[in-house]
Design a protein around this ligand. Structure first.
Ligand SMILES: *Cc1c(COP(=O)(O)O)cnc(C)c1O
Length: 386
């Protein structure tokens, strides 16, 4: 194993940032393509930026975020948070006590690590389900969580979604939806309703996922519960600050689901090309991906390597960044995030590349991965940019 723990993941991430900085600051005008689908952004006018310096700005932004946030998410009240992870933590701190049970339903593992970590922190018992026939809610459960779309963009169908909510509500247990990417993927691509309209008591989305917002968490739902979460977020400094709220508002106003829908035909074209040469790719709603298991098996069928599936994902992601100037999540992710290599064709930068070019970059970087991964030392040097 090359990347063994959270500190290693931090080191990997910092070396990726160094490569990105070198590319951006290079005199040679090297293009950089962010295909993570999390490219974020900070839409704001000069006038709005000047408001940030007064006491008036936050007051105005507070009103506006309620309006545009509810339009996007539904619900009675909006709470903007520093990140989705912060909102998940604040919600679990607010609604779950030591010894309580928390059950989580999602389409496929893995769940976002902030959920398990927050449950650990409060001392709750946590259980995860992916099969509705096995799903059950034990006594003394204080929160039922649903993930609308996982980190790997595995989307839960609306019928199961509603069934889980119904089962929770039969026992008067609130339902919290982790809809980080789901608030847009489920609605724009799968024609599902916003989580609050499906009966969720609280739902949160990431404002940098599949929209042009800053990294931040936008929570919506029942006013009484939202107030508990908001209070907790203030106690621990988890709330979004005014600049983030401003950028969230503008990104929500700018959001257009048609941009996501336009990625569907592009991803089919790329997948068909890839599928002629590889058997490791799967489609996502707006792109293609390779799981660490598929990558491991695909590599092992060609060469002998001592690297784990996780290492192979990090290595490939770093090669993609260094040589092909493509950002994918494993290079820049934080500890515990999914290591799936995903190419999101709804990303802005996907418009700057022909599908054939993306294919060539994927193919060339994979060839190098195969060459390098037999040499653990060399692989380590690439991962840590040494
Ligand atoms: C991205 C994501 C999160 C966390 O978002 P952060 O911005 O990293 O805090 C939580 N859950 C899911 C399903 C995600 O995809």
């Amino acid at each position: 194993m090359i990347v063994e723990n959270s500190i290693d993941e931090l080191k990997k991430r910092e070396s990726a940032y160094k490569i990105i900085k070198d590319i951006i600051e290079s005199d040679e005008n090297i293009p950089l393509y962010d295909l993570t689908g999390l490219s974020g952004g900070f839409l704001a006018s000069e006038d709005e930026l000047s408001l940030l310096q007064t006491y008036i700005g936050p007051a105005i932004f507070e009103d506006k975020i309620q309006e545009v946030g509810k339009e996007h998410m539904g619900g009675e009240k909006i709470v903007p948070l520093n990140r989705t992870s912060s909102g998940i933590l604040a919600t679990i701190l607010a609604l779950v006590k030591k010894g309580d049970n928390v059950v989580h339903f999602l389409k496929a593992h893995p769940a976002h690590p902030s959920i398990t970590r927050a449950c650990d922190l409060v001392g709750a018992n946590y259980e995860e389900f992916i099969d509705i026939d096995k799903f059950h809610i034990p006594e003394n459960t204080s929160l039922v969580i649903i993930t609308g779309s996982t980190m790997d963009h595995q989307v839960l169908d609306e019928e199961t979604f509603k069934k889980v909510i119904e089962m929770a509500h039969e026992k008067d247990i609130p339902v919290f939806v982790d809809d980080a990417s789901g608030a847009r993927l489920r609605t724009a691509i799968f024609n599902q309703k916003p989580a609050c309209e499906l009966g969720a008591d609280l739902a949160i989305t990431s404002t940098d996922k599949l929209m042009k917002g800053p990294r931040g968490g936008l929570l919506a739902g029942r006013e009484d519960l939202a107030n508990l979460v908001k209070t907790k977020s203030n106690e621990f400094g988890l709330e979004a600050q005014a600049p983030i709220i401003l950028a969230m508002i503008n990104a929500l106003k700018d959001y257009n689901p048609d941009n996501l829908r336009a990625a569907i035909s592009k991803k089919d074209e790329l997948f068909d090309l890839l599928n002629d040469s590889f058997d490791i790719f799967e489609t996502t709603p707006t792109g293609v991906k390779v799981s660490k298991e598929s990558l491991y098996n695909g590599v092992k069928s060609k060469v002998d390597t001592e690297l784990s599936g996780t290492d192979l994902c990090f290595l490939w992601s770093m090669i993609l960044l260094r040589d092909e100037k493509i950002i994918t999540i494993p290079a820049v992710s934080m500890s515990g995030a999914s290591t799936t290599i995903r190419f999101d064709l709804s990303a802005n930068d996907a418009n700057n590349l022909e599908i054939k070019e993306i294919f060539n970059k994927i193919s060339d970087s994979f060839d190098l991965l195969i060459k390098v991964c037999v040499d653990t030392d060399k692989s380590r040097k690439i991962i840590y940019n040494e």
